[in-house]
Design a protein around this ligand. Structure first.
Ligand code: FE2
Ligand code: FE2
Length: 280
């Protein structure tokens, strides 16, 4: 293989398997060599694009799920709106440098982390600062690039909402009734900014809330095993939904059961559900 071809292949950022495949095609020189090579390169370009995820940061850094798919997983998504990412860090785990858009977080357990880059005063690549976050903390972080290591002796677990760059407002809802206003015993605002609310729903077994509306929201089940939704508040349309802790549920307002309803805890355990809801 000529030095030019080798340099070209090296510059394409192909995986080892892809590079080996291209080299084999070139060495064997079959009649359809050009087509075979172009197919391999096309496949590699598509894989690269898929790996880049829905974000493209000016820094060129990947998003968290692309950088460290073993530690960050998208567990719910509303296309064109945003995604709910669960981060599970075994003790000693360290992710690859990555970048986030502004994101609303919730820490499921206490976490002791060493972070180089935001939100510590250090820069990415420098020795990180130590951050201890208690379970239940719900900070909203600005867009930032960093690298995170779990220096605690327990598994770290958090979830966060990352809005997509093309996220558009849901628009006004006629006669909008907020769950936080109508059932304050069940719904609490943990934190909010101009665009998103981080809310917590708690409901005892057999408890039911008042009729309310929602905009696009993404739910994370913390506790509970079942709930009944009454879309539009109608008893006759009752939908029984089994739940399991740590499930992510996309709840777009385009889907009628999520747009307006009453809710009853018809399970056998107290219900505790975190949700990130669009305000606009
Ligand atoms: Fe991160
Ligand atoms: Fe609701």
């Amino acid at each position: 293989m000529s030095a030019e071809i080798k340099a070209y292949l090296d510059s394409q950022g192909l995986s080892e398997a892809m590079t080996a495949a291209v080299k084999q095609v070139i060495n064997e020189r079959p009649a359809n060599a050009l087509k075979a090579v172009s197919e391999i390169l096309m496949k590699a370009a598509l894989a690269k694009e898929a790996k880049a995820g829905p974000f493209s940061f000016p820094s060129g850094l990947p998003d968290c799920c692309s950088a460290s798919p073993d530690l960050y997983k998208t567990i719910a998504e509303i296309p064109g709106v945003g995604r709910l990412v669960e981060m599970i860090f075994p003790p000693g785990a360290k992710d690859a440098p990555h970048e986030h858009p502004i994101h609303s977080m919730y820490f499921v357990v206490d976490c002791k982390l060493k972070i180089s880059g935001g939100p510590t005063p250090t820069k990415l690549g420098e020795e990180g600062g130590v951050v201890e976050v208690p379970a239940g903390a719900a900070p909203i972080f600005p867009a930032m690039a960093h690298q995170v290591e779990n220096i605690g002796d327990k598994e770290g677990k958090a979830v966060f909402l990352e809005p997509y760059p093309n996220c558009k407002p849901c628009g006004a809802v006629e006669g909008y009734i907020s769950p936080f206003t109508v059932s304050p015993g069940c719904y609490k605002i943990l934190t909010e900014d101009d665009d998103w609310i981080t809310g917590m729903l708690t409901m005892k077994v057999g408890e039911k809330d008042e009729f309310h509306h929602h905009k696009d929201h993404l739910i994370y089940v913390l506790e509970g095993d079942g709930v009944t939704i009454y879309p539009g508040g109608k008893e006759e349309d009752a939908m029984v939904v089994p739940l399991a802790p740590f499930a992510g549920i996309p709840a777009p307002m385009a889907a009628p059961p999520f747009a307006s309803h009453t809710l009853k805890n018809t399970g056998t355990k107290e219900l505790k559900m975190l949700f990130f809801e669009a305000k606009k």
